[in-house]
Design a protein around this ligand. Sequence first.
Ligand SMILES: [Zn+2]
Length: 143
Amino acid sequence: MDNHLEEITAKIREQGYRMTPQRMAILKVLIGNPNHPTVEQIHSEVKKDFPMTSLATTYKIVHLLKEMGEILEIDRGNDKAHYDGLTSDPHPHLICTRCHSIVDIDVPSLEGLPQDVIQNFGYQFVSYQFDFLGVCPKCQDHE
Ligand SMILES: [Zn+2]
């Protein structure tokens, strides 16, 4: 088991949760996952090994991780929320409007922008979402 997963497991125990095999499986599917899954996608993955896992249990663990600041929620408003298990730091995403794939992108020129904007309007920084919508190369090929 890798360190990050171990750390998170310890923190969850500190919150008074028992680490059941199901909860562990949910963590394993989400933490370090670059594919930004939804709760439903995590659930169907976990069910392959633990068919008894409920969607409610999956939702609870995902919500807990979000509250703990261990994962990033990508809320598109119109769509189900996706979760980034790699990092909880806000970062820009490229989102395909056809296949709904989400990729992390590195745009150095954007780095200071969110803080600048928030300061200019006197907000206290909580988080930001920077999402670029379009049609990914794969979906363009299928046209
Ligand atoms: Zn991401």
